[in-house]
Design a protein around this ligand. Structure first.
Ligand code: HEC
Length: 178
């Protein structure tokens, strides 16, 4: 009898413990709302390659070696077609939208007295316009001097730039030898 009673007590204790455990689990889930991640927190890179860095802009070929064989008359035509709407090229010529360009090769940036240059060009006023500076400017004014005021997209054709710069040289008495 005594053993039976002990057995009942043990059974009751186990039952109580089991119920307590189950209730605790239900309450626990109600309180905590566990959400299981759908993806592993750590993924191993394996095959995934980092995005390639964008290729740098190709450097501009130097214009100086092309000047000796450049066509000054063809360059004057380029100047008339692409620049003369804003620039004059004769000695003492008036400023238009842009400054007069007589003598520009070897002259300093912002060379024209009284012209209202942008800060971008005025900031280079202690540097002369060399052949290669003109090359880079005419190729892409925006890349050469960000924030400048010359609304000109740029001349991509290398031979035309060489011809044009040879023409600018021909109207620049103080131009250095290329
Ligand atoms: C839409 C008008 C316009 C056209 C087209 C144009 N320019 Fe200009 N140019 C300007 C202006 C405006 C400036 C002054 C830029 C500034 O101050 O930022 C300028 C400045 C310059 C300068 C610097 C002058 C200095 O004193 O430092 C050079 C060199 C020049 N232009 C060359 C050219 C050539 C060569 C072409 C043709 C391929 C050309 N430009 C086409 C308006 C123009």
């Amino acid at each position: 009898m005594a053993t039976n009673l002990e057995g009942n007590k043990i059974a009751a204790a186990i039952l109580t413990a089991g119920i307590t455990f189950a209730v605790a689990g239900v309450i626990g889930r109600l309180l905590v709302h566990p959400t299981m991640p759908h993806q592993a927190a750590i993924t191993i890179a394996g095959e995934v390659q980092p995005a390639a860095a964008p290729a740098a802009a190709p450097a501009l070929d130097p214009i100086t070696p092309l000047l000796a064989s450049a066509d000054v008359a063809a360059g004057q035509q380029v100047a008339q077609r692409q620049c003369a709407s804003c620039h004059s090229f004769n000695e003492g010529g008036r400023a238009g939208v842009g400054p007069n360009l007589y003598g520009i090769v070897g002259a300093n940036h912002a060379h024209a007295e009284g012209f209202n240059y942008s800060q971008a060009i005025r900031g280079m006023a202690d540097k002369p316009w060399t052949y290669e500076e003109l090359n880079a400017w005419v190729h892409s004014p925006r890349a050469y001097a960000p924030g400048n005021r010359m609304s000109y997209a740029g001349l991509n054709n290398t031979q035309q730039r060489a011809n044009l710069i040879a023409y600018l040289r021909s109207i620049s008495p103080n131009a250095p030898a290329p």
